[in-house]
Design a protein around this ligand. Structure first.
Ligand SMILES: [Zn+2]
Length: 134
């Protein structure tokens, strides 16, 4: 799987992560998807209601509204974004939740070294997703 992000999306995510550090930033992204590629067209940031530096949770109403609004514009749900004040690798809790989110792509940004990585559960296994920034 290949995730394509625009440079300004990445800038937005980095700014948000820096702003709320060491709390985890979070959000959702939407766009066009095919079997092998997901192209991000829209990023919706949401407050981390847990205000935690190891966990995140978004207000479910914010998530549902963002999904409904995007679908009206023909944009599909691609996945979730969150930051770590630690390396950009999924925590055990992340993996547990990833399994509940089906084939959603999880983009993790480290707010300590600005590195990004993306992951997806495929056939019950954690797989890394290639990120392309254009
Ligand atoms: Zn995490």
């Amino acid at each position: 799987m290949n995730l394509r992000l625009r440079r300004n999306h990445l800038k937005l995510l980095k700014e948000e992560a820096r702003k709320v550090h060491p709390i985890e930033a979070c959000g959702i992204f939407f766009g066009r998807t095919s079997l092998t590629k997901a192209v991000v067209e829209k990023v919706v940031l949401a407050p981390n209601i847990l205000r935690s530096s190891t966990r995140f949770e978004m207000n479910p109403e914010t998530v549902v509204n963002a999904i409904l609004e995007s679908e009206k514009k023909g944009l599909h749900f691609i996945g979730l974004f969150h930051s770590h004040p630690a390396p950009a690798t999924p925590s055990l809790v992340d993996v547990k939740f990833m399994k509940l989110w089906g084939d959603a792509i999880w983009l993790i940004l480290s707010s300590t070294d600005d590195k990004i990585a993306a992951f997806q559960i495929k056939d019950g296994k954690l797989e890394e997703v290639t990120i392309e920034v254009k």
